[in-house]
Design a protein around this ligand. Structure first.
Ligand code: SF4
Length: 356
C-alpha cells in the first residue's frame, strides 16, 4: 500500500466514556461527550475509510477505540457496517463488566478481525482474552511501559503467551507530568527496556511492536546486523498487515490517522495537532493533502539527529514526543540514545535498503 495515498490503519476514538478505573494512573470513570460523532456520522466516516481503497484493492484497517467503545449502544451496527463494506475491523476494549461473553459473541458474529485489550499487570483478568480466543477471534494485547510495569514485563509476556495473543504492543509514554506513575523514561532507560523486550521476543510465540518508540526498529535492525541475519526482521511471525506496518516505517501521519470522538483529524492519538474535522472535510483529502500529514510522511523533514539518521525512513522518532517536549513536531526524538553513525561492518540498515 502506498502510504502517500492511504494509511494502513485508521483509529476512531468512538467515545471517551469508560467505566474502567486505574488507581495507578489515576484514571476515573467518565461519561459520553454530548457532541461525539453520531451513528450517522460514523457511517459516513466508514464510507470515507472505504474511499482510501484502490479499485479492487484493500481498505485500511479501522480500529474502534475509546474510552470504551462498548459504552456506545450503537457500536455493533457501526462495526457491522464497516465489515459489510470490506473494511477489516478491530475493537480496542477496556476491561469492564461490559466486556462479557455476549459482547465477544457479537464481535465474532459480526466478523471482527481482532480484539485488543490493555493489560498492565500479570494479575489482570484473563477471562476476556480466553473467551475471545475460544471463539476464534484474533487477540492482541497492549501494555503501557513505565516504572511500574518494567519489572513485570516477563510475567506479562507469560500472560500473553497463555492467552494466545498474536501481537503484543508495548506503549511508551509521551511526557507524562513529572511524578506521575506513568512518567517518561530517560533515553538510556529506553535502551535497557529495548534489551528486555528483545530478549523476550527471542522465544515469544507472538510478535512484539512498540508504540511511541519507533527507535526500537533501529535497535532490532542493529541486533540483526550484529547477529548476521539482517533478513529476519522479526523473531516471531507477524501477519502480513503487521509486517507491512513495521517495514513501511508507519508513524504518526505516515500510514496512521486518528479521528477523535468529536471528529477531529490528528496524525495519531498522542500527536494532537489538528489537520481537519470529518464533519466538514474529506478524510481522504486531509490525509493525502494536508501540509501537516505531508511533512510527517517525508523523512527528510526531520531535524537534528533524526534528520541525519540512516534509520529515519523506518523510525523517524516519535513525533508526539518531539512535539510534547520541544513544541516542534519535526525535532529530533529527545528520548533516543542513538547517535547516527556507521553500521556494524559498514553495512546499510536492511529496512533502508528495502525502502529504497
Ligand atoms: S536518531 Fe531519530 S531516526 Fe535515528 S533511531 Fe533515533 S529516533 Fe530514530
Amino acid at each position: 500500500m502506498n502510504l502517500e495515498l492511504s494509511p494502513l490503519q485508521v483509529v476512531w476514538e468512538m467515545t471517551r466514556a469508560s467505566d474502567a478505573v486505574c488507581e495507578e494512573c489515576r484514571k476515573q470513570p467518565s461519561e459520553r461527550h454530548p457532541d461525539e460523532l453520531t451513528a450517522a456520522e460514523g457511517f459516513r466516516l466508514i464510507e470515507e475509510v472505504k474511499r482510501f481503497a484502490p479499485p479492487g484493492g484493500p481498505a485500511p484497517a479501522l480500529v474502534f477505540t475509546g474510552g470504551d467503545p462498548l459504552k456506545r449502544p450503537d457500536l455493533m451496527p457501526i462495526v457491522q457496517y464497516a465489515i459489510d463494506l470490506g473494511i477489516p475491523a478491530e475493537v480496542n476494549c477496556a476491561h469492564s463488566a461490559l466486556l462479557d461473553a455476549g459482547a465477544m459473541e457479537d464481535f465474532h458474529r459480526a466478523g471482527v478481525k481482532r480484539i485488543v485489550l490493555r493489560t498492565d499487570s500479570p494479575g489482570a483478568p484473563l477471562a476476556a482474552l480466553e473467551a475471545a480466543r475460544s471463539l476464534g477471534l484474533g487477540v492482541e494485547m497492549e501494555t503501557a511501559l513505565h516504572a511500574g510495569t518494567i519489572p513485570h514485563l516477563e510475567a506479562i509476556a507469560a500472560v500473553a503467551a497463555q492467552a494466545g495473543v498474536k501481537l503484543w504492543t508495548i506503549l511508551f509514554p509521551v511526557c507524562v507530568e513529572p511524578g506521575h506513575p506513568e512518567s517518561d523514561l530517560r533515553a538510556a532507560e529506553y535502551e535497557e527496556a529495548f534489551e528486555t523486550i528483545w530478549r523476550i521476543s527471542q522465544d515469544a510465540p507472538f510478535a512484539i511492536r512498540t508504540g511511541n518508540a519507533s527507535h526500537y526498529r533501529r535497535f532490532v535492525a542493529r541486533k540483526l546486523m550484529e547477529s548476521g541475519r539482517p533478513d529476519h526482521p522479526h523473531p516471531a511471525p507477524m501477519d502480513s498487515q503487521r509486517e507491512a506496518w513495521e517495514l513501511a516505517g508507519v508513524n504518526a501521519g505516515r500510514g496512521l490517522v486518528f479521528i477523535s470522538h468529536l471528529g477531529d483529524i490528528h496524525p495519531s492519538g498522542d500527536l494532537g495537532l489538528l489537520a481537519g474535522n470529518v464533519r466538514t472535510e474529506g478524510l481522504v483529502e486531509v490525509y493525502r493533502g494536508s501540509s501537516l500529514f505531508r511533512a510527517l510522511r517525508d523523512p527528510d523533514t526531520r531535524e537534528g539527529k533524526c534528520g541525519d539518521c540512516e534509520y529515519r525512513c523506518v523510525c523517524g522518532g516519535s513525533r508526539a514526543r518531539a512535539f510534547a517536549m520541544t513544541g516542534n513536531f519535526l525535532a529530533e526524538d529527545p528520548r533516543c540514545f542513538y547517535h547516527p553513525g556507521p553500521m556494524p561492518g559498514g553495512q546499510r540498515p536492511v529496512e533502508s535498503v528495502e525502502m529504497g
